[in-house]
Design a protein around this ligand. Structure first.
Ligand SMILES: [Zn+2]
Length: 505
Protein backbone atom coordinates (compact mmCIF):
# COMPACT_ATOMS: atom_id res chain seq x y z
CA UNK A 1 0.00 0.00 0.00
CA UNK A 2 2.76 2.39 1.00
CA UNK A 3 4.59 1.79 -2.23
CA UNK A 4 1.39 2.34 -4.21
CA UNK A 5 0.73 5.62 -2.45
CA UNK A 6 4.30 6.81 -3.11
CA UNK A 7 3.83 6.17 -6.78
CA UNK A 8 0.40 7.71 -6.82
CA UNK A 9 1.42 10.58 -9.08
CA UNK A 10 2.31 8.14 -11.83
CA UNK A 11 -1.22 6.79 -11.80
CA UNK A 12 -3.06 10.04 -12.05
CA UNK A 13 -4.80 10.10 -15.40
CA UNK A 14 -4.63 13.04 -17.79
CA UNK A 15 -8.22 13.80 -16.82
CA UNK A 16 -7.27 14.26 -13.18
CA UNK A 17 -4.29 16.37 -14.14
CA UNK A 18 -6.50 18.59 -16.25
CA UNK A 19 -8.94 18.91 -13.37
CA UNK A 20 -6.14 19.96 -11.05
CA UNK A 21 -4.88 22.48 -13.64
CA UNK A 22 -8.35 23.99 -14.07
CA UNK A 23 -8.83 24.18 -10.28
CA UNK A 24 -5.70 26.34 -9.94
CA UNK A 25 -6.75 28.34 -12.99
CA UNK A 26 -10.14 29.04 -11.36
CA UNK A 27 -8.41 30.31 -8.22
CA UNK A 28 -6.11 32.51 -10.30
CA UNK A 29 -9.07 33.86 -12.27
CA UNK A 30 -10.83 34.73 -8.99
CA UNK A 31 -7.78 36.62 -7.76
CA UNK A 32 -7.57 38.44 -11.08
CA UNK A 33 -11.25 39.36 -10.79
CA UNK A 34 -10.64 40.75 -7.28
CA UNK A 35 -7.69 42.76 -8.55
CA UNK A 36 -9.76 44.13 -11.46
CA UNK A 37 -12.57 45.00 -9.07
CA UNK A 38 -10.20 46.89 -6.75
CA UNK A 39 -8.82 48.80 -9.70
CA UNK A 40 -12.28 49.59 -11.07
CA UNK A 41 -13.36 50.78 -7.63
CA UNK A 42 -10.25 52.95 -7.36
CA UNK A 43 -11.12 54.69 -10.64
CA UNK A 44 -14.89 54.88 -10.18
CA UNK A 45 -15.80 55.09 -6.50
CA UNK A 46 -12.92 55.15 -4.00
CA UNK A 47 -12.30 58.34 -1.96
CA UNK A 48 -8.91 59.84 -2.85
CA UNK A 49 -7.56 59.68 0.71
CA UNK A 50 -7.71 55.88 0.58
CA UNK A 51 -5.03 55.63 -2.07
CA UNK A 52 -2.17 54.27 0.07
CA UNK A 53 -4.32 51.65 1.79
CA UNK A 54 -5.61 50.59 -1.62
CA UNK A 55 -2.07 50.33 -2.98
CA UNK A 56 -1.29 47.85 -0.16
CA UNK A 57 -4.34 45.75 -1.02
CA UNK A 58 -3.62 45.73 -4.75
CA UNK A 59 -0.01 44.75 -3.99
CA UNK A 60 -1.06 41.81 -1.80
CA UNK A 61 -3.41 40.45 -4.45
CA UNK A 62 -0.66 40.85 -7.05
CA UNK A 63 1.72 38.94 -4.80
CA UNK A 64 -0.79 36.13 -4.17
CA UNK A 65 -1.47 35.80 -7.89
CA UNK A 66 2.19 35.64 -8.69
CA UNK A 67 2.98 33.11 -5.94
CA UNK A 68 0.04 30.91 -6.87
CA UNK A 69 0.86 30.90 -10.56
CA UNK A 70 4.53 30.01 -10.06
CA UNK A 71 3.95 27.25 -7.45
CA UNK A 72 6.17 24.38 -8.48
CA UNK A 73 3.30 21.85 -8.59
CA UNK A 74 1.32 24.05 -10.93
CA UNK A 75 4.30 24.86 -13.16
CA UNK A 76 5.22 21.16 -13.41
CA UNK A 77 1.63 20.24 -14.16
CA UNK A 78 1.36 22.82 -16.96
CA UNK A 79 4.65 21.63 -18.44
CA UNK A 80 3.55 18.02 -18.22
CA UNK A 81 0.22 18.76 -19.89
CA UNK A 82 2.03 20.73 -22.56
CA UNK A 83 4.46 17.85 -23.19
CA UNK A 84 1.47 15.51 -23.64
CA UNK A 85 -0.65 17.94 -25.64
CA UNK A 86 -1.39 15.28 -28.28
CA UNK A 87 -3.68 13.62 -25.75
CA UNK A 88 -5.68 16.82 -25.11
CA UNK A 89 -8.65 18.12 -27.07
CA UNK A 90 -8.08 21.39 -28.97
CA UNK A 91 -9.63 23.65 -26.29
CA UNK A 92 -7.55 22.17 -23.46
CA UNK A 93 -4.51 22.25 -25.71
CA UNK A 94 -4.86 25.95 -26.46
CA UNK A 95 -5.70 26.79 -22.83
CA UNK A 96 -2.53 25.05 -21.66
CA UNK A 97 -0.53 26.81 -24.38
CA UNK A 98 -1.80 30.25 -23.28
CA UNK A 99 -1.14 29.48 -19.60
CA UNK A 100 2.34 28.20 -20.41
CA UNK A 101 3.23 31.35 -22.34
CA UNK A 102 2.09 33.54 -19.44
CA UNK A 103 3.86 31.33 -16.92
CA UNK A 104 7.13 31.48 -18.76
CA UNK A 105 7.09 35.24 -18.16
CA UNK A 106 5.86 34.99 -14.54
CA UNK A 107 8.39 32.38 -13.47
CA UNK A 108 11.19 34.70 -14.51
CA UNK A 109 10.01 37.55 -12.27
CA UNK A 110 11.20 37.55 -8.61
CA UNK A 111 8.28 37.85 -6.14
CA UNK A 112 9.77 40.97 -4.48
CA UNK A 113 9.99 42.66 -7.87
CA UNK A 114 6.36 41.89 -8.68
CA UNK A 115 5.20 43.22 -5.31
CA UNK A 116 7.26 46.39 -5.47
CA UNK A 117 6.26 47.08 -9.08
CA UNK A 118 2.60 46.57 -8.30
CA UNK A 119 2.64 48.91 -5.28
CA UNK A 120 4.53 51.60 -7.18
CA UNK A 121 2.04 51.43 -10.04
CA UNK A 122 -0.77 52.38 -7.67
CA UNK A 123 1.21 55.28 -6.19
CA UNK A 124 2.32 56.38 -9.61
CA UNK A 125 -1.27 56.52 -10.87
CA UNK A 126 -2.20 58.79 -7.99
CA UNK A 127 0.83 61.04 -8.62
CA UNK A 128 -0.10 61.25 -12.29
CA UNK A 129 -3.62 62.32 -11.41
CA UNK A 130 -2.39 65.00 -8.99
CA UNK A 131 0.23 66.27 -11.45
CA UNK A 132 -2.37 66.50 -14.19
CA UNK A 133 -4.85 68.35 -11.98
CA UNK A 134 -2.17 70.79 -10.80
CA UNK A 135 -0.56 71.14 -14.26
CA UNK A 136 2.76 70.24 -12.64
CA UNK A 137 4.88 67.63 -14.40
CA UNK A 138 7.47 67.63 -11.57
CA UNK A 139 4.98 65.84 -9.24
CA UNK A 140 4.84 62.89 -11.64
CA UNK A 141 8.47 62.95 -12.83
CA UNK A 142 10.07 60.67 -10.16
CA UNK A 143 7.23 58.14 -10.51
CA UNK A 144 7.42 58.11 -14.30
CA UNK A 145 11.19 57.60 -14.14
CA UNK A 146 10.52 54.61 -11.88
CA UNK A 147 7.89 53.19 -14.25
CA UNK A 148 10.34 53.22 -17.15
CA UNK A 149 13.09 51.73 -14.96
CA UNK A 150 10.80 48.95 -13.72
CA UNK A 151 9.68 48.30 -17.28
CA UNK A 152 13.27 47.87 -18.46
CA UNK A 153 13.91 45.48 -15.55
CA UNK A 154 10.72 43.59 -16.41
CA UNK A 155 11.79 43.14 -20.04
CA UNK A 156 15.24 42.01 -18.92
CA UNK A 157 13.79 39.39 -16.60
CA UNK A 158 11.42 38.09 -19.29
CA UNK A 159 13.90 37.87 -22.16
CA UNK A 160 17.29 39.60 -21.94
CA UNK A 161 18.16 38.44 -25.47
CA UNK A 162 15.40 40.45 -27.14
CA UNK A 163 15.13 44.22 -27.63
CA UNK A 164 13.12 45.67 -24.70
CA UNK A 165 10.34 46.97 -26.93
CA UNK A 166 9.90 43.60 -28.62
CA UNK A 167 9.35 41.96 -25.23
CA UNK A 168 6.76 44.60 -24.29
CA UNK A 169 4.93 44.39 -27.63
CA UNK A 170 4.77 40.62 -27.46
CA UNK A 171 2.84 40.92 -24.20
CA UNK A 172 0.03 42.79 -25.95
CA UNK A 173 0.20 41.51 -29.52
CA UNK A 174 1.73 38.04 -29.81
CA UNK A 175 4.39 37.90 -32.50
CA UNK A 176 4.53 41.63 -33.25
CA UNK A 177 8.01 43.18 -33.45
CA UNK A 178 9.37 46.72 -33.35
CA UNK A 179 10.73 46.40 -36.88
CA UNK A 180 7.33 45.24 -38.18
CA UNK A 181 5.61 48.14 -36.50
CA UNK A 182 8.09 50.66 -37.85
CA UNK A 183 7.23 49.48 -41.37
CA UNK A 184 3.46 49.53 -40.80
CA UNK A 185 3.51 52.92 -39.07
CA UNK A 186 5.75 54.60 -41.60
CA UNK A 187 3.46 53.37 -44.41
CA UNK A 188 0.44 54.70 -42.55
CA UNK A 189 2.18 58.00 -41.73
CA UNK A 190 2.90 58.54 -45.44
CA UNK A 191 -0.72 57.83 -46.37
CA UNK A 192 -2.02 60.12 -43.62
CA UNK A 193 0.29 62.92 -44.72
CA UNK A 194 -1.18 62.59 -48.19
CA UNK A 195 -4.80 62.29 -47.05
CA UNK A 196 -4.92 64.96 -44.33
CA UNK A 197 -4.45 68.08 -46.49
CA UNK A 198 -7.18 66.85 -48.86
CA UNK A 199 -9.81 66.58 -46.14
CA UNK A 200 -12.09 69.58 -45.98
CA UNK A 201 -14.67 69.15 -43.23
CA UNK A 202 -17.22 71.80 -42.28
CA UNK A 203 -16.90 73.67 -38.99
CA UNK A 204 -18.84 72.37 -36.00
CA UNK A 205 -22.53 73.20 -35.59
CA UNK A 206 -21.89 72.84 -31.85
CA UNK A 207 -24.84 70.46 -31.48
CA UNK A 208 -23.06 68.67 -28.65
CA UNK A 209 -21.94 71.83 -26.80
CA UNK A 210 -23.19 73.92 -23.87
CA UNK A 211 -26.64 72.51 -23.53
CA UNK A 212 -26.66 72.03 -19.75
CA UNK A 213 -26.47 68.25 -19.86
CA UNK A 214 -27.40 66.35 -16.69
CA UNK A 215 -25.31 63.37 -15.67
CA UNK A 216 -28.24 61.15 -14.67
CA UNK A 217 -30.09 61.86 -17.92
CA UNK A 218 -27.02 61.27 -20.09
CA UNK A 219 -26.41 58.01 -18.24
CA UNK A 220 -29.93 56.75 -19.04
CA UNK A 221 -29.55 57.82 -22.66
CA UNK A 222 -26.28 55.90 -22.96
CA UNK A 223 -27.77 52.84 -21.28
CA UNK A 224 -30.57 52.80 -23.85
CA UNK A 225 -28.18 53.15 -26.83
CA UNK A 226 -25.74 50.54 -25.57
CA UNK A 227 -28.47 48.05 -24.68
CA UNK A 228 -29.94 48.46 -28.17
CA UNK A 229 -26.64 47.54 -29.79
CA UNK A 230 -26.48 44.49 -27.54
CA UNK A 231 -24.86 45.16 -24.14
CA UNK A 232 -26.44 42.81 -21.60
CA UNK A 233 -27.11 44.84 -18.45
CA UNK A 234 -28.03 41.72 -16.51
CA UNK A 235 -24.33 40.81 -16.84
CA UNK A 236 -22.78 44.27 -16.98
CA UNK A 237 -22.57 47.77 -15.54
CA UNK A 238 -22.03 51.29 -16.90
CA UNK A 239 -19.68 53.14 -14.52
CA UNK A 240 -18.29 56.66 -14.32
CA UNK A 241 -14.53 57.21 -14.39
CA UNK A 242 -12.10 59.97 -15.22
CA UNK A 243 -10.48 58.04 -18.07
CA UNK A 244 -12.88 55.59 -19.78
CA UNK A 245 -12.01 51.87 -19.87
CA UNK A 246 -13.64 48.44 -19.84
CA UNK A 247 -12.88 45.67 -17.38
CA UNK A 248 -14.09 42.17 -16.67
CA UNK A 249 -14.56 40.98 -13.07
CA UNK A 250 -15.90 37.57 -14.09
CA UNK A 251 -17.68 35.87 -16.99
CA UNK A 252 -20.99 37.48 -15.96
CA UNK A 253 -19.66 40.84 -14.80
CA UNK A 254 -18.31 43.15 -17.51
CA UNK A 255 -17.96 46.85 -16.73
CA UNK A 256 -17.91 49.60 -19.32
CA UNK A 257 -17.21 53.14 -18.17
CA UNK A 258 -17.47 56.67 -19.46
CA UNK A 259 -17.15 60.23 -18.16
CA UNK A 260 -19.75 62.97 -18.03
CA UNK A 261 -19.72 66.69 -18.64
CA UNK A 262 -22.56 69.18 -18.20
CA UNK A 263 -21.20 71.29 -21.04
CA UNK A 264 -20.56 68.70 -23.67
CA UNK A 265 -22.25 65.46 -24.71
CA UNK A 266 -20.17 63.96 -27.50
CA UNK A 267 -17.30 62.50 -25.48
CA UNK A 268 -19.66 60.84 -22.97
CA UNK A 269 -21.45 59.04 -25.79
CA UNK A 270 -18.53 58.18 -28.08
CA UNK A 271 -16.47 57.11 -25.06
CA UNK A 272 -19.26 54.79 -23.94
CA UNK A 273 -19.70 53.35 -27.44
CA UNK A 274 -15.97 52.69 -27.66
CA UNK A 275 -16.00 50.80 -24.35
CA UNK A 276 -19.17 49.04 -25.47
CA UNK A 277 -17.15 47.49 -28.30
CA UNK A 278 -14.76 46.02 -25.73
CA UNK A 279 -17.67 44.99 -23.52
CA UNK A 280 -19.57 43.18 -26.28
CA UNK A 281 -16.44 41.18 -27.09
CA UNK A 282 -16.01 40.07 -23.46
CA UNK A 283 -19.70 39.39 -22.87
CA UNK A 284 -20.04 37.16 -25.93
CA UNK A 285 -17.20 34.70 -25.61
CA UNK A 286 -18.48 31.14 -25.83
CA UNK A 287 -19.43 29.98 -22.29
CA UNK A 288 -17.60 26.71 -22.96
CA UNK A 289 -14.36 28.66 -22.51
CA UNK A 290 -15.39 30.14 -19.12
CA UNK A 291 -13.20 27.79 -17.04
CA UNK A 292 -10.22 28.00 -19.42
CA UNK A 293 -7.64 30.68 -20.15
CA UNK A 294 -9.48 31.41 -23.42
CA UNK A 295 -12.25 33.44 -21.73
CA UNK A 296 -10.89 36.81 -22.88
CA UNK A 297 -10.29 38.75 -26.07
CA UNK A 298 -7.29 37.37 -27.94
CA UNK A 299 -5.11 40.48 -28.17
CA UNK A 300 -5.25 44.22 -27.67
CA UNK A 301 -5.10 44.83 -31.42
CA UNK A 302 -8.19 42.68 -31.97
CA UNK A 303 -9.89 44.14 -28.89
CA UNK A 304 -9.29 47.66 -30.14
CA UNK A 305 -10.65 46.75 -33.55
CA UNK A 306 -13.97 45.94 -31.89
CA UNK A 307 -14.11 49.20 -29.92
CA UNK A 308 -12.90 51.48 -32.68
CA UNK A 309 -15.08 49.88 -35.37
CA UNK A 310 -18.14 50.40 -33.17
CA UNK A 311 -17.14 53.93 -32.19
CA UNK A 312 -16.05 55.19 -35.61
CA UNK A 313 -17.40 53.07 -38.44
CA UNK A 314 -20.77 52.40 -36.81
CA UNK A 315 -21.26 55.16 -34.21
CA UNK A 316 -20.12 58.09 -36.37
CA UNK A 317 -21.93 56.82 -39.46
CA UNK A 318 -25.11 58.39 -40.85
CA UNK A 319 -27.21 55.26 -40.32
CA UNK A 320 -26.42 55.05 -36.61
CA UNK A 321 -26.96 58.80 -36.19
CA UNK A 322 -30.40 58.54 -37.81
CA UNK A 323 -31.39 56.14 -35.06
CA UNK A 324 -29.47 57.94 -32.30
CA UNK A 325 -31.18 61.26 -33.05
CA UNK A 326 -34.51 59.70 -32.00
CA UNK A 327 -32.99 58.59 -28.70
CA UNK A 328 -31.23 61.95 -28.16
CA UNK A 329 -34.43 63.93 -28.57
CA UNK A 330 -36.28 61.63 -26.21
CA UNK A 331 -33.88 62.55 -23.40
CA UNK A 332 -32.97 66.07 -24.53
CA UNK A 333 -35.88 67.63 -26.48
CA UNK A 334 -33.55 70.33 -27.89
CA UNK A 335 -32.42 67.69 -30.41
CA UNK A 336 -35.80 67.84 -32.14
CA UNK A 337 -34.50 70.80 -34.13
CA UNK A 338 -31.11 69.29 -34.91
CA UNK A 339 -30.69 67.52 -38.25
CA UNK A 340 -29.05 64.12 -38.66
CA UNK A 341 -26.57 65.77 -41.03
CA UNK A 342 -25.54 68.18 -38.27
CA UNK A 343 -24.92 65.28 -35.91
CA UNK A 344 -22.90 63.42 -38.54
CA UNK A 345 -20.94 66.56 -39.36
CA UNK A 346 -20.05 67.28 -35.74
CA UNK A 347 -19.04 63.69 -35.08
CA UNK A 348 -16.68 63.65 -38.06
CA UNK A 349 -14.74 66.89 -37.96
CA UNK A 350 -11.14 66.24 -38.90
CA UNK A 351 -8.87 68.72 -37.19
CA UNK A 352 -5.57 68.35 -35.34
CA UNK A 353 -6.17 68.52 -31.58
CA UNK A 354 -4.25 67.95 -28.36
CA UNK A 355 -6.21 65.19 -26.64
CA UNK A 356 -5.84 61.69 -28.07
CA UNK A 357 -9.15 60.32 -26.81
CA UNK A 358 -10.99 63.28 -28.34
CA UNK A 359 -9.14 63.12 -31.67
CA UNK A 360 -10.90 62.32 -34.93
CA UNK A 361 -10.28 58.93 -36.48
CA UNK A 362 -7.79 60.30 -39.04
CA UNK A 363 -5.45 62.41 -36.88
CA UNK A 364 -5.83 59.88 -34.03
CA UNK A 365 -3.17 57.71 -35.60
CA UNK A 366 -0.66 60.59 -35.48
CA UNK A 367 -1.19 60.66 -31.69
CA UNK A 368 -0.27 56.98 -31.58
CA UNK A 369 2.77 57.41 -33.81
CA UNK A 370 3.90 60.22 -31.46
CA UNK A 371 3.64 57.92 -28.41
CA UNK A 372 5.31 55.01 -30.21
CA UNK A 373 8.31 57.15 -31.18
CA UNK A 374 8.46 58.71 -27.68
CA UNK A 375 8.47 55.32 -25.95
CA UNK A 376 11.26 54.05 -28.19
CA UNK A 377 13.39 57.14 -27.50
CA UNK A 378 12.77 56.91 -23.73
CA UNK A 379 13.73 53.23 -23.68
CA UNK A 380 16.81 53.50 -25.88
CA UNK A 381 18.15 56.50 -23.94
CA UNK A 382 17.77 59.10 -26.68
CA UNK A 383 15.37 60.96 -24.40
CA UNK A 384 15.42 61.53 -20.63
CA UNK A 385 12.13 61.51 -18.76
CA UNK A 386 12.75 65.00 -17.37
CA UNK A 387 12.80 66.40 -20.92
CA UNK A 388 9.52 64.78 -21.89
CA UNK A 389 7.24 67.87 -21.90
CA UNK A 390 9.44 69.80 -24.37
CA UNK A 391 10.08 66.72 -26.50
CA UNK A 392 6.35 66.01 -26.63
CA UNK A 393 5.53 69.53 -27.76
CA UNK A 394 8.13 69.40 -30.52
CA UNK A 395 6.80 66.08 -31.82
CA UNK A 396 3.24 67.38 -31.70
CA UNK A 397 4.30 70.34 -33.81
CA UNK A 398 5.99 68.04 -36.30
CA UNK A 399 3.14 65.53 -36.67
CA UNK A 400 0.05 67.68 -36.19
CA UNK A 401 1.29 71.25 -36.49
CA UNK A 402 0.06 72.32 -33.04
CA UNK A 403 1.73 72.89 -29.64
CA UNK A 404 -0.04 72.34 -26.30
CA UNK A 405 0.27 75.07 -23.66
CA UNK A 406 -0.58 72.83 -20.67
CA UNK A 407 0.88 69.47 -19.63
CA UNK A 408 -2.65 68.14 -19.08
CA UNK A 409 -3.11 68.62 -22.83
CA UNK A 410 0.37 67.31 -23.55
CA UNK A 411 2.39 64.50 -22.05
CA UNK A 412 0.20 64.09 -18.92
CA UNK A 413 -3.06 63.43 -20.73
CA UNK A 414 -2.96 59.61 -20.67
CA UNK A 415 -3.05 57.32 -17.63
CA UNK A 416 -1.12 54.52 -19.42
CA UNK A 417 2.49 55.31 -18.53
CA UNK A 418 1.58 55.79 -14.86
CA UNK A 419 0.49 52.14 -14.91
CA UNK A 420 3.62 51.06 -16.81
CA UNK A 421 1.54 50.29 -19.90
CA UNK A 422 4.44 50.87 -22.27
CA UNK A 423 4.28 49.31 -25.74
CA UNK A 424 0.50 49.40 -25.40
CA UNK A 425 -0.37 52.48 -27.48
CA UNK A 426 0.53 50.93 -30.87
CA UNK A 427 -2.26 48.39 -30.37
CA UNK A 428 -4.79 51.23 -30.80
CA UNK A 429 -3.62 51.86 -34.34
CA UNK A 430 -3.32 48.12 -35.01
CA UNK A 431 -6.94 48.12 -33.86
CA UNK A 432 -7.81 50.67 -36.55
CA UNK A 433 -6.15 48.57 -39.24
CA UNK A 434 -7.91 45.39 -38.07
CA UNK A 435 -11.17 47.36 -37.88
CA UNK A 436 -10.82 48.62 -41.45
CA UNK A 437 -10.33 45.09 -42.71
CA UNK A 438 -13.14 43.56 -40.61
CA UNK A 439 -15.55 46.40 -41.47
CA UNK A 440 -14.93 45.79 -45.17
CA UNK A 441 -15.74 42.14 -44.66
CA UNK A 442 -18.95 42.88 -42.69
CA UNK A 443 -20.30 45.52 -45.10
CA UNK A 444 -19.56 43.35 -48.14
CA UNK A 445 -21.55 40.47 -46.67
CA UNK A 446 -24.33 42.65 -45.20
CA UNK A 447 -25.25 45.19 -47.89
CA UNK A 448 -28.45 46.26 -46.04
CA UNK A 449 -26.71 47.31 -42.88
CA UNK A 450 -27.36 51.05 -43.32
CA UNK A 451 -31.12 50.62 -43.51
CA UNK A 452 -31.10 48.30 -40.50
CA UNK A 453 -28.88 50.55 -38.36
CA UNK A 454 -31.01 53.62 -39.10
CA UNK A 455 -34.01 51.72 -37.70
CA UNK A 456 -32.12 50.78 -34.53
CA UNK A 457 -31.64 47.19 -35.66
CA UNK A 458 -28.07 46.05 -35.00
CA UNK A 459 -28.66 42.31 -35.12
CA UNK A 460 -26.67 41.77 -38.34
CA UNK A 461 -23.67 43.48 -36.78
CA UNK A 462 -24.08 41.74 -33.43
CA UNK A 463 -24.47 38.30 -35.00
CA UNK A 464 -21.67 38.73 -37.54
CA UNK A 465 -19.10 39.68 -34.92
CA UNK A 466 -20.44 37.33 -32.28
CA UNK A 467 -20.08 34.41 -34.70
CA UNK A 468 -16.82 35.42 -36.33
CA UNK A 469 -14.85 37.16 -33.59
CA UNK A 470 -16.30 37.41 -30.06
CA UNK A 471 -17.33 33.82 -29.47
CA UNK A 472 -13.81 32.52 -30.15
CA UNK A 473 -12.20 34.30 -27.18
CA UNK A 474 -8.50 33.49 -27.24
CA UNK A 475 -8.93 30.23 -29.17
CA UNK A 476 -7.43 31.56 -32.42
CA UNK A 477 -4.26 33.64 -32.53
CA UNK A 478 -4.83 37.24 -33.77
CA UNK A 479 -3.24 36.71 -37.19
CA UNK A 480 -5.20 33.45 -37.70
CA UNK A 481 -8.48 35.12 -36.73
CA UNK A 482 -8.09 38.01 -39.18
CA UNK A 483 -7.16 35.64 -41.97
CA UNK A 484 -10.09 33.38 -41.14
CA UNK A 485 -12.68 36.19 -41.16
CA UNK A 486 -11.36 38.38 -44.00
CA UNK A 487 -9.41 35.92 -46.10
CA UNK A 488 -6.30 38.13 -45.95
CA UNK A 489 -3.31 38.86 -43.72
CA UNK A 490 -3.50 42.10 -41.72
CA UNK A 491 -2.77 45.12 -43.92
CA UNK A 492 -3.48 48.86 -43.88
CA UNK A 493 -5.17 48.93 -47.30
CA UNK A 494 -8.77 48.71 -46.08
CA UNK A 495 -8.40 51.30 -43.34
CA UNK A 496 -6.79 53.79 -45.73
CA UNK A 497 -9.49 53.03 -48.34
CA UNK A 498 -12.18 53.57 -45.73
CA UNK A 499 -10.73 56.99 -44.84
CA UNK A 500 -10.44 58.03 -48.48
CA UNK A 501 -13.98 56.94 -49.27
CA UNK A 502 -15.46 58.66 -46.22
CA UNK A 503 -13.57 61.96 -46.32
CA UNK A 504 -12.26 62.56 -49.83
CA UNK A 505 -14.19 60.77 -52.57
ZN1 LIG B 1 -10.21 50.78 -26.24
Amino acid sequence: MLQFSNNNSFNISMKDKLQKYYKTLAELKSLEGISNLLEWDQEAVMPQSSVEARADKVAIIGKLMHEKSVELDHVNLVNELSDNRDQLDPIDQRSVEVTKTELEKETKLPTEFVEEFSKNKSLSQQAWYEAKMKEDFSIFLPYLEKMFEYTKQYANYVDPTKPIYDVLLDGYEEGMTTENLKVIFSDLKNNLKEILPQIKTQPSNEVFQNKDFKKHITKELIEELTAKVGFDYSRGVLGEVHHPFETKISTNDTRINTRYSELELQTSITGAIHELGHGLYEQNIDPKYAHTSLDQGVSLGIHESQSRMLENMVGRGKAFCTYAKEVLQKYYPIYKDVSVDSLVNDLNIVKPSFIRIEADEVTYNMHIILRFETELDLLNGKLEVKDLPEYWNAKMKDLLGIVPTKVSEGCLQDVHWSMALIGYFPTYTLGNLNAGQLWNSFTTKNPNYEKEFSQGNFSSYFNYFKTNVWTHGTFHKPAELIKQVTGEELNSKYFVEYLRKKYIL
